[in-house]
Write a protein that binds this ligand. Sequence first.
Ligand SMILES: Cc1cc2nc3c(=O)[nH]c(=O)nc-3n(C[C@H](O)[C@H](O)[C@H](O)COP(=O)(O)OP(=O)(O)OC[C@H]3O[C@@H](n4cnc5c(N)ncnc54)[C@H](O)[C@@H]3O)c2cc1C
Length: 444
Amino acid sequence: MPARGKRLDLDTPIRQYPAASRSFHRGPITMKADVIVLGAGIVGVSTALHLVKRGRSVILVDRRGAAEEASYGNTGIIQTEAIVPYTFPRDIAKLIKYGVNRTSEANYHVGALAHLAPLLFRYWRNSSPERIAASARAYLPLTRLCLAEHEALMTEAGIAGMLRRTGYLRIYRGQAQLDEAIIEAERVKTTYGTNHNVLDAAGIRQLEPHLQGRHVGALHIPEPVSVPDPGRVGKAYAELFVKLGGRLMTGDARTLTRSGDAWRIGNVEGPLEARDAVIALGAWSDDALAMQGVRVPLFVKRGYHMHFRPRGNATLSRPVLDVDGGFVITPMTRGIRLTTGAEFGRRDTAPTPVQLRKTEPMAREMFPLADRIDPEPWMGRRPCLPDMVPMIGPVVGKKGLWAHFGHQHWGFTLGPATGRLLAEMMTDEATYTDPFPYRVDRFN
Ligand SMILES: Cc1cc2nc3c(=O)[nH]c(=O)nc-3n(C[C@H](O)[C@H](O)[C@H](O)COP(=O)(O)OP(=O)(O)OC[C@H]3O[C@@H](n4cnc5c(N)ncnc54)[C@H](O)[C@@H]3O)c2cc1C
């Protein structure tokens, strides 16, 4: 098990962390490393692993355990077809549909609109066909490597048996929606080489005999791979990191300061120092950067999950996305996991799981679900930038500071692949792709 250190009180404002701040004044021994990676979600853990494999001494710091935020509760699909990002709707019908805030696939908080409006405007501007194509081109080299990088790490971590090579299903309730989806899937196939099979209702039943309800057909996306517990994958990678000599510690990224030639951070066991620091804090990355005077247009798409027991002997063997309903059901170790689409709100306001309330009856119609397993819905935050492309690279004007966040809906898919890219940049290796599209100052 990785050394986890003491757990911090997550609600305590930073000024009140006595252990960390007192230890600065008493001058305890400073722990040194080549790199401090801040954030132990799938993105930070993967970065730390790639760096330690390249001979760097690395301390991975999180205020809680590894993979306990977004990287814990997601749908667990390694989306090898993840190339064209989710965009902000640009046609009037869709804008009205989302504007009235009654759909199950998206939800927004009216009270957050003033904060979100400038960010959503930039998201809208980046959703033009030309800019979507540019984002898709940025994703191609990353997506090509996503499965191979996971496979290598999973094999080394001894969890390759978790990979389920079943693809996933996108099912449709209306013929018009299915027809439109087939045209779009063909277009993406021609442009980017992705694969899909079109299924009618009988074809769906052949793959998933216990699916029920009013579906006219589906697209089976055959190559994506899923896991029954993405949080376990993140923890297994963290354990591998420690086995390879990395140190996993508890600390708060908001204590990051520049001290001479080094980056320094408070930690419950004493201060840490390194020449390089990586901000891999997912939805919280903007806080740590703002403290260094760097602004990034990060926003969150919140999402929820709930587990259910299957009824009787009903089984499900792959993730199933109900496209019109905007939710996914997936077989997980804990039960059938229902995950929701995007909720636009402030990162830190209380959960409002209206999408779970709306989609649970639809999910029950689709699959024989028994009782809820979790006492409360889980909420996670997808870290998003206006062009939906992650930031991977040096923070301009801040020597030794690196950014690695903004993986939006695809962080589980891409963490190991983008972790490799950043590690190559940081160790002056030839990079497997040109890092220019992911540069940190592209919105300035
Ligand atoms: C409902 C849902 C379903 C999804 N399904 C999929 C899917 O099927 N496939 C896929 O590829 N992606 C999926 N995603 C997206 C994916 O989960 C995220 O993109 C990914 O987990 C982001 O990883 P991360 O490491 O950047 O962030 P996180 O996992 O959120 O990690 C950030 C870390 O930073 C730490 N931290 C924050 N602040 C501080 C601080 N001040 N000091 C120290 N540590 C701090 C946190 O504790 C946390 O460990 C889904 C997301 C959601 C919400």
